[in-house]
Ligand binder design. Structure first.
Ligand code: HEM
Length: 425
């Protein structure tokens, strides 16, 4: 990792607020960063067969530039920092500069580089990068940016860029939402194999835009609660394997995850919609529930993760199997309600994480699932959640407390551009 990135340093706060001219400068910075990144991304995974697992994980980097943003199809990393922001800037130019500056910095961060000088030469110099990820490597960091429906209100004149049918999620059963954990004009999903690297990225992005955006809500996640291709299935805090059946592979992604023309916005072609739900678990109550009931609630065996109609984790659930006339997988179990077989083929990509916030005000465990899903239309989530919220036996043990929906633009195809550039042409 280099000690400083001269190009990023030149993008001082003064430049940031210097109007449109600065955006051209930012474009140049992206170009510089992209050259460095392309090399890093190309050589990382293949050259690592003789190093140990830790070093491999540290040096793993995913390409920043491409048709889709990283952090969606990317095999889930171990840690998450999810943060939603409100834009406090008063002008479109300030917003434009945040997006340009973030895009450039994201390219640096995902390559494992700092966003500027960690140790300025002058005694009075203020570090540009806060420094806590120094020498830690990229750690598979991905940074996924989303735009909330509120970004497209009248403040910045972006109404005509709003995707079709893009709105805050409707109220649904099973919610106990906290207004402090809802919405946001922007969001960043930072995932990495080291929590400090993910935290450093969001901290520095927030810091460089602090006069233009305000952090609204944030969730630190661990123990990924989903699996990508070739990954073993992890467990959620209820002790069940989570992520066994998920959208996967090219066809599922094209059919269920990547947005095409239907959003009516060229900038969304190749993008997706991110639904974020902070779901509190009533863990003490769950822990006293007999194993038979726990398994019947999910429709799966706890240890193997097998559907109750089968013996191995990846057996296809048989929702018609009965014993003495009683369905083996209860019709109101979580998987019976959520499975694509019972929802006209509907799938979503779940990419959530466990979270804990310590104890609540009365000393109970404050923990649960930071549910994150990607889909080509928010309607996919709404359809599933309407069903789950009204009938799922799991509802007795969970409360949805935080919520947001974000339009995730397509990736930046190559250096020289930035997220949202189309808004300001
Ligand atoms: C704290 C809340 C939740 C927990 C603990 C949870 C846990 C689980 C578990 C253990 C499975 C079975 C393993 C697997 O196939 O991954 C599963 C499956 C699934 N869940 Fe959830 N889930 C939660 C919330 C949700 C929500 C909010 C949705 C969508 C609205 C959802 C959608 C699904 C889907 C689509 C499946 C796959 C069903 C199948 O095809 O068999 N889950 N979940």
């Amino acid at each position: 990792m280099s000690e400083s990135i001269p190009a990023a340093d030149t993008l001082s706060r003064r430049t940031f607020f210097n109007g449109t001219a600065a955006v051209a400068g930012v474009g140049g910075l992206v170009l510089g960063a992209g050259g460095a990144l392309a090399g890093t991304a190309a050589k990382a995974p293949a050259a690592l067969s003789d190093v140990d697992l830790m070093a491999q994980r540290a040096t793993l980097s995913y390409p920043f530039y491409g048709g889709h943003q990283a952090g969606i199809e990317t095999p889930p990393q171990d840690h998450l920092v999810f943060t939603a922001f409100d834009v406090t800037a008063l002008t479109a130019v300030e917003l434009q500069l945040v997006l340009a500056k973030w895009s450039a910095a994201m390219a640096e961060l995902t390559a494992g580089a700092p966003v500027g000088k960690i140790q300025p030469e002058r005694e009075q110099g203020i570090p540009v990068d806060t420094g806590e990820a120094t020498d830690m490597g990229p750690q598979g960091l991905t940074l996924t940016l989303g735009f909330g429906p509120s970004l497209f209100d009248e403040r910045f004149g972006l109404e005509k860029f709003k995707p079709l049918n893009f709105a805050d999620l409707p109220a649904m059963a099973g919610e106990s939402l906290n207004p402090a954990l809802m919405g946001g004009d922007l969001c960043i999903q930072a995932c990495a194999n080291d929590p400090q690297v993910a935290y450093h990225a969001v901290r520095n992005l927030a810091r460089m835009a602090r006069t233009a955006v305000r952090t609204k809500w944030t969730v630190l996640g661990f123990g990924r609660a989903s699996a990508g291709a070739a990954q073993s299935t992890p467990r959620n805090l209820m002790g069940f394997k989570d992520g066994t059946r998920n959208a996967s592979g090219g066809v599922d992604f094209d059919e269920h995850v990547w947005v095409g023309d239907e959003a009516g916005q060229p900038w969304m072609v190749g993008g997706s919609y991110l639904v974020a739900r902070k779901i509190h678990m009533l863990i003490e109550t769950w822990d006293e529930d007999p194993i038979g009931d726990q398994q019947s609630i999910f429709g799966r065996d706890k240890k193997q993760g097998a559907p109750l109609s089968g013996t191995a984790e990846h057996d296809v659930p048989d929702f018609h199997a009965t014993v003495d006339g009683t369905p083996v997988i209860a019709a109101d179990s979580h998987i019976a309600l959520a499975a694509h077989e019972n929802n006209n083929g509907l799938k979503i990509l779940r990419r959530g994480y466990n979270f804990t916030d310590g104890l609540d005000s009365v000393g109970r465990l404050d923990a649960g699932l930071m549910f994150l899903s990607f889909q080509k239309s928010p309607e996919q989530f709404i359809t599933l959640q309407r069903k789950l919220g009204s009938s799922d036996r799991l509802n007795e043990y969970i409360r949805h407390v935080g919520s947001g929906v974000f339009a995730v633009p397509a990736g930046i195809p190559a250096a020289g551009s930035y997220y949202g550039k189309e808004f300001f042409a």
